[in-house]
Each structure stands twice: as structure tokens, then as C-alpha cells.
Design a protein around this ligand. Structure first.
Ligand SMILES: [Zn+2]
Length: 377
């Protein structure tokens, strides 16, 4: 092909991409607005809109409210033109979700299935995933891929779990899933997946520290608008920060890790109650013992937040299973305790709370394929 031919093709592709990205960001737009904002010719925009519509990527179903003259079509992307499946694997269950191109979770479910590093387990997961998809009646070709958030640190190429002490899944390989499913698969550390969702929901953030308050504690550092992985992929593992050298034994073999004070498991253990019963009882305010356990929990969390804020001067995000249980009053208490012993105060508005609870890692993992797709159009 001649150089000129190639240039024309890439120019066409760039224009198509520009128009699609513009509509994606605008959520709804009109043809003349696109022409104006992209400073593209009317015929080029029309041509690209036709092309994108024929491919099924965009739709023009309804109209903007008109202030006179001809009504303008509202142009939108088709949010479920492609979808991504997010999986969150835990010791006793796995979460599954379908996410659209805007990162919305279209459906979510929890499947009880104890983890084992066996073929039977992976077979079962694969068949549950296929069932879930067919029950939701999505065509197989809409699915970009299956992205799996697992407890445990992965290798830099995301192929293998290199540290999986909680679940005993060291050595878990992405091929354990991809060899049993007709879609591409991706493996991620669940703390990083959760951070991906928080970053997606707060695109304005340059940096942040994420506290993943799941059954086991996790964490992540966001810097320069990216999740910091680290030299050996363990950046942000705040769960093993020591807050008391004589404290309880952690699964990592050391004593007094934040895990042993601030994970949902440790809270349940301290209370002798499941989380679902603990919080209603706490909010009733009738049990001084339950209230004291929560005060201690907040003290330990504030202690860790204070120290981390000295290293990463950025907003703090509370994410995961326990996040939806936090009240404004809890946040105010955290800020007050952080600020009582630091030279640099943290404003309560700098403590953000995630909204997707236990599904955060699964939804965050699914964004891997969504981001890839949006960039590829
Ligand atoms: Zn530990």
C-alpha cells in the first residue's frame, strides 16, 4: 500500500476514535455540538456517526429538548455493546458481576464455593461463570473477557499468584481459568482491583491511599493517577504494617499487623458477632461493649491513616466490604483522631467512602477489559 493510502486509513481511524471518545465522555451529544467541539467538518462527523451507528457502537434514539427549529438527535454510545465479567475470589465464595462500558455493574451475585487449588474447583468456577452469563442472556461475543480479582500478590505479568498465604493459592495461574473458558482471562491482586474502581469513580484524584476493609484487610497506593505496583508488586500492602509488635499473630507469621485489628474478620472476632449483626446493634447504641469495640477499631484505623498520610499526602479512600457501614460521624471521628497527633491535619472531606461494598474488587477487576476496549475504538 502507498504511504498516502496508509495515512488516509490511519486518519480515518483517528477521526472515528475521536468522535467515539467524545460521545463516550459527553454521555449524550448532538451532531452540531460534535462538529463544533472537535472542529471537524460536518461531512466527516456525519460519515463517522453513520459508521459507528452501523457497527452498533452508538445509537440515536431520542431527541434533545428543542428551543425552536429542528429537534437534534441525542447521540449516545451503546453502553452494553461490549461487557466485561468481573470475578472476586475469596476463601469460601466468589463474587461475579457484569460491567458495561461505563463501568456500571449490570448484575452481581455471590456464589458459595470454598476455594481449593484443584481442577475440580476451577471446573466448577468456569461452569458457574458460563451459567451466570447465559442466565443473563448476553451473547458470548459481547464479552470482552473475564477479569479475576484474587487475594494474593501476582507476578508483574499477572499470570501467577506469587504470595497467596490467606487462601493457599500461591501458584494459581491465569491458565487455570482461561483453559476452561472461551474468553480471554486476566488475573489481578484484589486490593489493586478495588483501587481501580475507586480511581474510576474519582477521576479527579491524582493520588490516594485506599483502605480495602474486606474480610481480610488490603490496601493500595494511587500515585500520578495510577495504581502503584512496586518493585515486587506489593506496594500498598498496608495490612502487614505493624501497629503493635506484641499484638496478635497475623497469617503472615508476624505480630500486630493492621490485619489483626482492622480487617472485617478481626472485627467479627472481637465482637463475637457476624458483621451483619454487629452494625445494627452498634447503631442501636444500647450495648456499651459493642460501642467500645467500634471505638477501638476506629482508633487503630486512624492510627494507620495518620502514619500513611505522612508518607502519601493525599485523600484516603475507605473501600470494600465495611465501607457502606461507615457513617459521617465515623468519618468525623477518624479525622479527629488523626488530627489529634499529627502536625499536618487531614480535613474530613479528604476521607472518601466507596459505595460498592463487597463487590468492589470484582467490579474493579472488570474495568481492566473496559478500559482496554474504550482505548481501542
Ligand atoms: Zn501480617
Amino acid at each position: 500500500m502507498s504511504e498516502k493510502g496508509l495515512t488516509t486509513i490511519s486518519l480515518k481511524k483517528i477521526n472515528r476514535s475521536k468522535v467515539y471518545q467524545y460521545i463516550y465522555k459527553a454521555k449524550a451529544s448532538a451532531k452540531l455540538k460534535i462538529v463544533q467541539d472537535l472542529q471537524m467538518g460536518l461531512s466527516t462527523v456525519s460519515q463517522n456517526l453513520n459508521l459507528l451507528e452501523e457497527e452498533g457502537l452508538i445509537e440515536r434514539n431520542d431527541y434533545f429538548e428543542s428551543t425552536g427549529g429542528r429537534k437534534a438527535h441525542a447521540i449516545r454510545i451503546v453502553p452494553d455493546f461490549k461487557i466485561s465479567i468481573g470475578i472476586g475470589i475469596l476463601k469460601k465464595m466468589f463474587h461475579i458481576t457484569i460491567v458495561d462500558l461505563y463501568g456500571n455493574a449490570l448484575c452481581m451475585d455471590t456464589i458459595p464455593l470454598p476455594y481449593e487449588n484443584t481442577d475440580a474447583y476451577y471446573e466448577q468456577v468456569a461452569s458457574e461463570i458460563k451459567n451466570f452469563i447465559s442466565n443473563q442472556q448476553y451473547d458470548a461475543d459481547k464479552i470482552l473477557g473475564i477479569s479475576i480479582a484474587t487475594q494474593g500478590i501476582t507476578s508483574p505479568d499477572h499470570s501467577t499468584v506469587t504470595y497467596g498465604t490467606i487462601m493457599g493459592n500461591t501458584g494459581m495461574n491465569v491458565a487455570d481459568f482461561s483453559s476452561r473458558l472461551p474468553w480471554p482471562c486476566h488475573l489481578e491482586h484484589d486490593s489493586k482491583s478495588a483501587a481501580s474502581l475507586e480511581l474510576w469513580n474519582h477521576p479527579e484524584l491524582d493520588s490516594a491511599v485506599v483502605f480495602l476493609l474486606n474480610r481480610n484487610l488490603g490496601g493500595a497506593v494511587i500515585a500520578n493517577h495510577q495504581i502503584h505496583q512496586g518493585s515486587s508488586m506489593h506496594s500498598g500492602t498496608i495490612e502487614h504494617m505493624c501497629i503493635n509488635p506484641d499484638g496478635p499473630l497475623c497469617y503472615c507469621g508476624n505480630r500486630g499487623c493492621l490485619e489483626t485489628y482492622c480487617s472485617a474478620n478481626s472485627l467479627e472476632q472481637a465482637a463475637g458477632l457476624p458483621i451483619k449483626e454487629f452494625f445494627p446493634l452498634l447503631r442501636e447504641g444500647a450495648s456499651p461493649q459493642v460501642m467500645q469495640i467500634w471505638e477501638d477499631y476506629l482508633n487503630h484505623l486512624a492510627f494507620a491513616m495518620k502514619n500513611l498520610n505522612l508518607i502519601i499526602d493525599a485523600p484516603i479512600i475507605i473501600s470494600g466490604y465495611l465501607a457502606p457501614y461507615f457513617t459521617e460521624e465515623d468519618i468525623a471521628k477518624l479525622a479527629e483522631r488523626i488530627n489529634s497527633s499529627t502536625p499536618f491535619t487531614v480535613d474530613p472531606t479528604q476521607i472518601l467512602v466507596g459505595t460498592h461494598g463487597q463487590y468492589t474488587p470484582a467490579i474493579g477487576a472488570a474495568l481492566y477489559y473496559i478500559e482496554q476496549f474504550i482505548q481501542s475504538v
